[in-house]
Design a protein around this ligand. Structure first.
Ligand code: MN
Length: 295
């Protein structure tokens, strides 16, 4: 079967991540939200944690804090994190693992370096994406989808020059295990020099790429490590390639989703539709109705 894509998307803009301190004081690179770009509907935030080499005892995390009204998606590349929450849930994230947490009505959780990793030190590198929930799901029962690295579907191009890990959506014939509340594509692509991929992305979706390592061509525009490429909504597929003469492969996240087109009321870890709902979230948190971490 041959699919034809008439319209390849152009690039609307390329933005650099802004260095920001998070949690107990760990550095992230954050392409959004910034003063220039508050959100990219349905996405609320992207943080690149590291890559950073920690000495023994120096790795930092984010102690107990709440979330309501959206999802946090953590994807580890290197290093180990552990988490605990007010639902009595705990687990570890190892290299390549994904945790898709739907905070819904509210959880209080901690995201810390795994104990042994913190003691020994080492390199930490990963991502956290915040995906907004539609109004109908903002107060849903919290849930977790945790996919270990070895269960994430992978595929490659016929010439073997493009590999993809399919975290959400579909690519190169592989389909993700994770179920999303609204249509989302989340891919980790690795293109060797000379590699080329055309990824279908429905015209209505907002789509961006974030370069993890190396450099590549997005349509005709070049972007490098640490840059976010925002595609225009002018096509039903997008094209990524790496010139044959490139010195290294391109590692890139490709993330896209159907915009919610709903009002966003946002205050720290709470993302609702109205200011009144934010006040309610604060009150529910302060009065302990989102629970606490009791173990
Ligand atoms: Mn959190």
């Amino acid at each position: 079967m041959t699919q034809q894509f008439e319209d390849l998307r152009t690039v609307a803009s390329i933005v650099n991540g802004v260095e920001t301190m998070e949690g107990e004081g760990f550095l992230v690179r954050r392409p959004f939200p910034t003063h220039a770009l508050s959100e990219f509907d349905p996405f609320l935030l992207l943080d690149e944690m590291g890559p950073k080499d920690y000495s023994p005892g120096q790795a930092k995390g984010a102690p107990d804090h709440p979330h309501r009204g959206f999802e946090t998606v953590t994807y580890m590349l290197t290093g180990r994190m552990e988490h605990k929450d007010s639902q009595g849930h705990q687990g570890q994230l190892r290299p390549g693992d994904v945790q898709w947490m739907t905070a819904g009505a509210g959880v209080v959780h901690s995201e810390m370096p795994e104990r042994e990793f913190a003691r020994e030190g080492g390199r930490l590198h990963g991502f956290q994406l915040w995906v907004n929930l539609p109004r109908r799901d903002k107060l849903m029962t919290p849930r977790y989808q945790e996919i270990p690295a070895e269960k994430i579907p992978v595929a490659q191009s016929a010439d073997g020059l493009v590999k993809v890990k399919v975290i959400a959506g579909e690519s190169l014939g592989a389909r993700a295990l994770i179920e999303t509340r609204t249509p989302i594509i989340y891919l980790h692509l690795t293109l060797e020099p000379g590699g080329h991929v055309v990824q279908p992305v429905p015209r209505e979706y907002n789509a961006f790429a974030y370069v993890i390592d190396g450099a590549g061509l997005f349509g005709a525009r070049e972007a490098v490590d640490g840059q976010m490429v925002m595609f225009a909504q002018d096509g039903d597929a997008l094209e990524i390639s790496v010139p044959e003469e490139a010195a290294e492969p391109l590692d890139v996240l490709l993330i896209a989703g159907l915009p919610l087109n709903e009002p966003v009321a946002r205050y720290g870890p709470f993302v609702m539709n109205t200011r009144e709902e934010i006040y309610q979230a604060l009150e529910d948190y302060r009065s302990g109705r989102m629970g606490d971490i009791a173990f």
